[in-house]
Design a protein around this ligand. Structure first.
Ligand SMILES: [Zn+2]
Length: 524
């Protein structure tokens, strides 16, 4: 039996089935009933909130031969040809892939022909913010004087990128994130139609995870059903399929952060990555975990209903909450929510999380109020434990106290053999550093420069900025010098994106690895 994705199968055919955007649906239906239809609409809001669904329903309604209370009848020729995608009256354009001025000109040329059937030609331009300036200008001309039979529906997730000249010609509708209640009601309704037994708690978890997007909720539910086809869908199964992290990981992570154990945090994250967890989800889960901790911490009554966890987990949360104070938890929540916003569309998710963990372990890197509070708390704790010692001082002959001066040991300068040694041991060296340096060094390429300098070539951008910072550079220099007991001079160079490294450099590690391979062959 073939399985049709819920999102396709239950795409609303009538306005009543569109959930969570009642304010918009009512206005549009009233326009249809009163026959006061506009020529340009702008639908804006987060993904999966029903923009294109409503746009298509609207396109159907305005063309329907027998609309029922502003909704399409679904039976007439126009309705059917639109449903099957055969209608030439509804033109959908994805601006993400057709953003040029030529694409828009093509449309505009067509606009001048009146519709062959039905009353209106409806142009739905999705992701309209992706249009080029030229394309917007071309569109603007048509929006200024549209033929009576043309309707433009522009949909976007990023309304701030739309030129004001376009905005001022559109009726604007803001789509809201759909509430957890509305989403889980809709999911329950569909599961009843599909005869799938499902736990209420499972549905609520999916609704919560979908974060306001009905489309995401349906596709998450699809995944869960596909994994457990023909079985009852329980909360545990959903957690399992969606890769929700066992909450004990969060407890561990928070302990490590409190202990300022950066290495521990990074290797725990490594484990999470190895388990194949989806990192955006991981960050959103930990934010919810912290929110639950805060609720447990600050409320004295019965909070089982507010917190979506089993009684075992609740007991664990209570223990965990004992070890933290509310300000700390709030600081963690703030930092993780910031991360949550950034990570969704980021390509280097793991690095972003690593940086955040470092930030959490080292409040000194932040200047916000609560970071300063965290720093003061650290100092207080250290004072209590007596961890501070007075720095060694030298009493001068005059009796005044002078700070001790660290005497630098004179060591010989590195020769090419030493640089080769560094290249050979590079992965070991890299593994002793911490991110972000670790990542930059790992991806760096090495060459031998003038005066036996070690040339570190990295990509232009963050890596180059970090390494060419004198402080960071001198730390790295000291580390390498200590390692081989020779003075190593480093030169950091950037490689413009897409530039060919081999054109100006030699890849030392390739040569050295080749030597190692040859040596090994000789042993045989
Ligand atoms: Zn119809």
């Amino acid at each position: 039996m073939s399985y049709t994705a819920l999102y396709r199968k239950f795409r609303p055919d009538i306005f009543e089935d569109v959930k969570g955007q009642e304010h918009i649906v009512t206005t549009l239906r009233n326009q249809i009933k009163a026959d006061r239809i506009g020529h340009a609409y702008l639908f804006t809001g987060t993904r999966g909130t029903g923009k294109t669904t409503i746009a298509k329903l609207f396109a159907k309604s305005v063309n329907c031969e027998n609309p029922v209370d502003g909704s399409p009848c679904g039976k007439c020729r126009c309705c059917q040809s639109i449903s099957s995608g055969a209608s030439v009256n509804v033109i959908e354009i994805d601006a993400a892939s057709n953003n040029g001025v030529d694409n828009i000109r093509e449309i505009i040329d067509e606009v001048s022909y009146s519709p062959v059937e039905g009353k209106y030609k409806v142009y739905i331009i999705d992701e309209v913010h992706m249009l080029s300036i030229g394309a917007f200008n071309a569109l603007l001309k048509t929006l200024e004087e549209p033929p009576s039979y043309v309707i433009f529906i522009l949909a976007t997730t990023e309304v701030h990128k739309i030129p004001i000249t376009i905005l001022s010609r559109c009726q604007r509708y803001d789509f809201k994130r759909i509430t957890i209640d509305t989403i889980s009601d809709r999911l329950r309704e569909l599961m009843e139609k599909e005869n799938v037994a499902v736990e209420e708690k499972a549905l609520r978890y999916i609704a919560k995870t979908a974060d306001g997007s009905m489309r995401d909720a349906l596709s998450l539910l699809d995944q869960c059903i596909a994994f457990h086809f023909g079985e009852e869908l329980t909360y545990d199964k959903v957690l399992d399929v969606l890769g929700a992290v066992d909450t004990s990981v969060f407890g561990q992570l928070i302990e490590l952060i409190q202990a300022h154990d950066i290495t521990g945090c990074i290797s725990l994250l490594e484990e999470v990555v190895m388990q194949g967890r989806e990192l955006t989800q991981f960050v959103s889960d930990i934010t919810w975990y912290l929110r639950n901790l805060l609720l447990v911490k600050t409320s004295d009554g019965n909070i089982e209903d507010v917190i979506d966890v089993s009684s075992d987990n609740l007991a664990r949360l209570r223990d965990e909450a004992e070890t933290l104070d509310s300000e700390q938890i709030m600081r963690y929540i703030r930092i993780f929510s910031e991360l949550s916003g950034k990570i969704k569309y980021a390509t280097q998710k793991r690095i972003l999380i690593e940086m955040t963990l470092i930030k959490l372990c080292k409040p000194a890197m932040e200047t916000s109020n609560d970071a300063v509070v965290a720093r003061v708390r650290d100092i207080e704790e250290k004072l209590e434990k007596g961890a501070f010692t007075i720095a060694q001082s030298v009493v001068g002959s005059s009796g005044t106290v002078q700070p001790a001066v660290e005497v630098k040991k004179e060591i010989p300068k590195a020769i090419p053999e030493d640089i080769k040694m560094i290249v050979k041991e590079w992965s070991g060296i890299v593994s002793e550093t911490i991110p972000p340096l670790k990542i930059y060094l790992k991806n760096a390429r090495l060459d031998l420069g003038n005066d036996n300098q070690l040339v570190i070539v990295v990509e232009d951008g963050m890596a180059y900025d970090y390494l060419s910072n004198p402080d960071n550079l001198s730390k790295l220099q000291t580390m390498l010098s200590n390692r081989i007991e020779k003075e190593v001079a480093i030169q950091v160079q950037s490689l413009a994106q897409g530039a060919d490294y081999e054109e100006n450099h030699i890849d030392l590690s390739k040569i050295i690895n080749m030597e190692i391979e040859i040596e090994e062959e000789n042993i045989d």
